[in-house]
Design a protein around this ligand. Structure first.
Ligand SMILES: [Fe+2]
Length: 286
């Protein structure tokens, strides 16, 4: 069965969230949903999540899955909010405890934060199959950007997460704690080994000034034109380029609040005795 895909673009973080479903009145999965966050006021909003909810209600869909490609460092996830509103199970890659352990240390979380992945409803193994209604989906482990990244393949479609960007933008960075440019190259090769007509859906777009925002391209287009990994570029060339480029990049604006939320599946930190939730901001550490 051919799935239907609806994209929701967040202009602030340049993230694309998706709803994929089998048929109106059937089942859907939500992929990488964004929670709006204003860092100046430290205030969350649900504008994008509520658009997703309205779309799902308009199409009379039941949410089976809320899928994260990884613990994002550039936006907060609305997975927990959406699960509370619509139901469904939150899934992420099975290596998420490695990311949780790394950031537990960085944020000096206490014993109450157990880095075993239990914050999520399901941890996907590499190559695991699952159903979204009548559609069969499969995971592809694509570590490199983080150790726990996974992509989701559904028929001739792959949601690539933070691996590839549009061909004129290149690839995701690999310098976050636990990231590895060599792993990223190998993971990208797994995606590029799919048939040339395979449709790839990006997690982000940072378009150059000469084109509008886009989020879909094919394996063939990536192999021919991706500025970082087109056919002919060797692993060593890629690693050298990626590491040199990453050394010039600043940290994402929302890194610290995003990670603290997203390794808890989109839940904000536990409220303190006054009923308020706080983010921790380490100084001179990252
Ligand atoms: Fe990311």
């Amino acid at each position: 069965m051919k799935p239907t895909i609806e994209a929701f673009f967040d202009t602030v973080t340049q993230t694309i969230s998706y709803v994929i479903f089998d048929e109106a009145g059937g089942y859907c999965a939500i992929i990488d949903p964004v929670l709006d966050y204003d860092p100046k006021a430290s205030k969350t909003f649900t504008h994008i999540a509520d658009k997703i909810i309205a779309f799902i209600q308009d199409h009379r869909l039941s949410v089976q899955w809320i899928l994260e490609t990884h613990a994002h460092a550039d936006h907060l996830s609305s997975a927990d909010y959406l699960r509370n509103q619509l139901g469904g199970k939150i899934g992420i890659g099975q290596n998420i405890p490695a990311v949780q352990k790394t950031f537990k240390k960085i944020f000096n979380f206490g014993d109450e934060f157990i880095p075993d992945g239990h914050h999520f409803d399901h941890l996907f193994a590499d190559g695991e199959s699952f159903q979204i209604g009548k559609i069969t989906a499969k995971t592809i482990a694509v570590s490199g950007h983080t150790p726990a990244d996974i992509a989701y393949q559904i028929n001739d479609v792959i949601f690539v997460g933070d691996t590839l960007f549009m061909p004129d933008v290149g690839t995701a960075r690999a310098d976050f704690p636990g990231g590895d440019a060599r792993h990223l190259f190998k993971s990208i090769q797994k995606i590029l080994a799919f048939p040339p007509e395979t449709r790839l859906f990006m997690c982000h777009d940072y378009p150059p000034t000469n084109r509008p925002t886009e989020w879909e391209c094919t394996v063939a287009e990536q192999r021919a034109h991706n500025i970082h990994v087109h056919d002919g570029i060797t692993e060593d060339e890629f690693v050298k380029m990626r590491n040199a480029r990453d050394a010039t990049l600043g940290m994402p604006n929302l890194l610290l609040p995003s990670i603290q939320t997203n390794i808890r599946s989109g839940k904000l930190p536990p409220v303190e005795s006054n009923g308020v939730s706080y983010f921790k901001i380490p100084i001179n550490l990252i």
